[in-house]
Design a binder for this molecule. Structure first.
Ligand SMILES: Cc1cc2nc3c(=O)[nH]c(=O)nc-3n(C[C@H](O)[C@H](O)[C@H](O)COP(=O)(O)O)c2cc1C
Length: 359
């Protein structure tokens, strides 16, 4: 084993959640679940990564039990899984059992696409897409209840916790972000009111799963609609969001950045995960650009190399910036990535064709 990576191979505990190491599989939509049901291929895909040393898997985004939660997304996504109905629940039970059988841990990422969902697309083409400016109080109540139901289902099928997609401009984030939440009512206005929807989702999920069941919340400054967007211009604004969500029941923040080492605010080299950890006192996950010389968006358009940038990960981990380290593309393209890092072996090359496969 590479001695310098020792800290990343130390165990992690958060309440009842105990992980063998600090590596997390970042949520990645894969579009291999026709009818919303994950099959044997999806179960094998996750089990392969758990068996190859990934401490925690956060699944692809999973549509919550609300008609407008999913559809085709801005990139034409389809065949996205759900977490309700007999078929999907049996499918997920197989996924969870497969991961547990090899000693791994797994949580589903609960997702409502909000305004990014394309109107008129399945599974419920007649359901209008939801944005902060067009939702009714009735819609809000229904969506919050949907998150709670899906979280309860996650617990019932044996997942080790639940992760909420509060990032990238989807429904929860569209309430947090001033550019999409232009309401001036109970759900919008200042940053505290923009956080209310997210907070109520977390509270309802906490009530549904009870104490001691880990809740992970993903947030991001960047949005699919605008990579330069900012939820918070200052640490003080960020603290309004993280305080409110922590109080509502979040245990771990999954801090989505395009490049994990980018300084979040002027005057400090600390990344966004470090700020969330400092402000909230909660455990945090960092993500973005680990294992590659280009970040996600650039890697679609420009030649990209698999690299070893774990020195910088260890340096920031040791400095106390984050507790857990998530990998997206690295684990999509190389199921053995974590074991290879541990042994100092070369990683599989960057390969766009891997997006179309589930191996
Ligand atoms: C194919 C693909 C699908 C993704 N789907 C999701 C998703 O469903 N939910 C989410 O929060 N992020 C999603 N992401 C973003 C990743 O979780 C991760 O934050 C991003 O890829 C940056 O990490 P990386 O540089 O290690 O790839 C996706 C990324 C990829 C490559």
């Amino acid at each position: 084993m590479r001695n310098d990576l020792g800290p990343l191979f130390s165990p992690f505990a958060c309440g009842p959640l105990v992980l063998a190491n600090r590596f997390v599989m970042s949520p990645m939509t894969r579009q291999f679940s026709p009818g919303g049901v994950p099959g044997e291929n999806v179960a094998a895909y996750y089990a392969r990564r758990a068996a190859a040393g990934v401490g925690l898997i956060i699944t692809e985004g999973v549509g919550v039990d609300h008609p407008a939660a999913i559809g085709h997304g801005s990139m034409g996504e389809h065949d996205i899984p759900v977490l309700h109905g007999h078929g999907a629940l049996s499918g997920w039970r197989r996924v969870v059992d497969g991961v547990h059988a090899v000693g791994g841990k797994i949580m589903p990422q609960l997702w409502h696409m909000g305004g990014i969902r394309q109107e008129g697309t399945p599974p419920h083409p007649q359901a209008p897409s939801l944005d902060p400016y067009n939702v009714t109080d009735e819609d809000i109540v229904a969506v919050i209840a949907a998150f709670a139901r899906s979280a309860a289902n996650a617990k019932a099928v044996g997942f080790d916790g639940v992760a909420l997609h509060g990032a990238h401009g989807y429904l929860i984030d569209s309430f947090l972000w001033a550019a999409t939440n232009t309401c001036n009512d109970a759900w919008g206005g200042d940053i505290l009111r923009r956080t209310r929807f997210a907070t109520e989702v977390v509270q309802a999920v906490r009530t549904a799963v009870g104490p001691g069941f880990p809740i992970v919340f993903r947030l991001s400054q960047w949005k699919l609609q605008d990579y330069e967007a900012r939820l918070a211009e200052t640490p003080e604004q960020l603290a309004v969001i993280t305080d409110s969500l922590s109080e509502a029941g979040v245990d771990i923040f999954d801090v989505s950045t395009r490049v994990f080492s980018t300084p979040a605010f002027a005057g400090s080299e600390m990344g966004l995960a470090g700020w969330v950890r400092r402000l909230s006192g909660k455990a945090v996950i960092t993500v973005g650009g680990i294992g590659f010389d280009r970040e996600l968006a650039a890697s679609f358009a420009q030649p990209t190399l698999a690299i070893d940038n774990l020195d910088e990960v260890v340096r920031r981990f040791t400095a106390g910036e984050f507790d857990l380290v998530a990998l997206g593309r690295a684990l999509l393209m190389d199921a053995e990535w974590v074991n290879k890092a541990r042994e100092g072996k070369p990683f599989a090359p960057f390969d766009l064709s891997a997006y179309a496969r589930l191996d």
